[in-house]
Design a protein around this ligand. Structure first.
Ligand SMILES: NC(=O)c1ccc[n+]([C@@H]2O[C@H](COP(=O)([O-])OP(=O)(O)OC[C@H]3O[C@@H](n4cnc5c(N)ncnc54)[C@H](OP(=O)(O)O)[C@@H]3O)[C@@H](O)[C@H]2O)c1
Length: 350
């Protein structure tokens, strides 16, 4: 059994923890909490031991904590860092590196410049095996993971025919749980978004990918609007849907009017955290026009990267072969059942 410590219990950390505790080969030894607030008791009530930074232990006198982060890490095999963007790098320098512990980092970090947490950006469909021997690996953000999941099958099938891919990322303002975060009535433009550069980290710098990003006032998923250009007539919409039919973590929906429809269905069907854990191609919006395919898919924000973290964990801790890891991931997250329910509910009506 491998011992895993999860540092941070927010949107990402709480989800990862609740899923991986269902894996009999993993022992979740504890959770890192940094602020002394009522959420400490939530973690304990969820059945986990809480560890806090050594220099903050006195702030947690009112809670039944189990010790310091620095000490528990001596006794585990891997840390999943789920801290707010940028803190992962600081944790690596101050704790993980000095203690020689393996770590997974999240999409708010970077693999570029002096603050790089890793020399690899993970996307299970592209570079699963490369993570086997790594001590530190960064999981791509939900948008980066989503684009990778769509682009890889396209690249495999149409490698020499693809000439250019333009993506407009429409990002959600806040997560479902971030009820204290105000949603401003504006469409915000993002200068120099990291997403295209991150995707090119696993697809190669010469990938003809151009990404622009806006943020809109919703908590209900991201939407990617993608124009895929070919050097001759583009494939038909049916051919594109066929390409993604059996891809892991992609559902093909025909009748969702918007992202909230999908979220509401996930809630009504009691999916954990209301997450679908996948991408949803909005097939009614696919158009093949001349040399271009127009594709739209929604991306389940937080939920998308949780199965990816589990794939990464399996690569780094067990070096499981890809098919075995994928099979276990599908089972743990009930992916086939979720996909079936979604595709049936939003099926094409004649
Ligand atoms: N949310 C998403 O949809 C999403 C999707 C993909 C990737 N990501 C990435 O995942 C990471 C975590 O995001 P999140 O949305 O889960 O953030 P979040 O909800 O704000 O949670 C962050 C957690 O980290 C804890 N924390 C604070 N300082 C810390 C430190 N120095 N070391 C370790 N933990 C610390 C906080 O605990 P206290 O309350 O105790 O301070 C909080 O529970 C970021 O890199 C983000 O970019 C997020």
């Amino acid at each position: 059994m491998k011992k895993v410590f999860v540092n941070g219990y927010g949107s990402i950390g709480s989800r990862i923890t609740k899923f991986i505790k269902g894996d009999p080969d993993i022992d979740v030894v504890g959770i890192g909490k940094h602020s002394s607030n009522e959420k400490v008791q939530h973690v304990i009530n969820d059945g986990f031991s809480v560890y806090v930074p050594e220099d903050k232990i006195d702030n947690f006198k009112n809670y039944d904590i189990s010790g310091s982060i620095e000490s528990v890490i001596d006794d585990c095999d891997l840390v999943i860092d789920a801290s707010p963007g940028g803190n992962g790098f600081i944790n690596k320098k101050n704790i993980y590196e000095p203690k020689g512990i393996k770590a997974i980092f999240q999409g708010g970090e970077t693999i570029f410049n002096d603050n790089a947490v890793s020399d690899i950006l993970f996307n299970s469909r592209v570079n699963y095996v490369e993570a086997f021997d790594k001590k530190y690996v960064m999981q791509g953000s939900c948008n980066v993971t989503g684009m990778g999941r769509i682009l890889n099958p396209l690249k495999e099938k149409y490698a020499d025919k693809l000439t250019r891919i333009d993506v407009t990322l429409v990002r959600r303002w806040a997560d479902l749980e971030q009820t204290d975060k105000q949603i401003d009535d504006t469409i915000e433009m993002t200068e120099n978004p990291h997403h295209g550069t991150d995707v090119k980290a696993f697809f190669g710098e010469d990938t003809p990918l151009f990404v622009r990003t806006i943020k809109v006032p919703t908590r209900q998923m991201h939407l990617h609007i993608m124009d895929i250009r070919f050097n001759a007539n583009a494939p038909t919409s049916d051919e594109i849907h066929e390409l993604f039919k059996n891809e892991f973590g992609i559902a093909i929906l025909w009748t969702a009017k918007g992202t909230k429809d999908v979220r509401d269905f996930a809630e009504s069907t009691k999916f954990n955290f209301k997450d679908t854990n996948m991408l949803h191609i909005h097939a009614n919006m696919t158009m093949s026009i001349g040399d271009t395919v127009q594709l739209m898919y929604s991306d389940d924000q937080t939920g998308l990267v949780i199965p990816e973290n589990y794939m990464l964990l399996q690569a780094m801790l067990f070096q499981r072969n890809y098919d075995d890891a994928l099979k276990r991931t599908k089972k743990l997250f009930n992916m086939d059942e979720k996909k079936k329910l979604l595709e049936e509910h939003f099926s094409k009506k004649d």
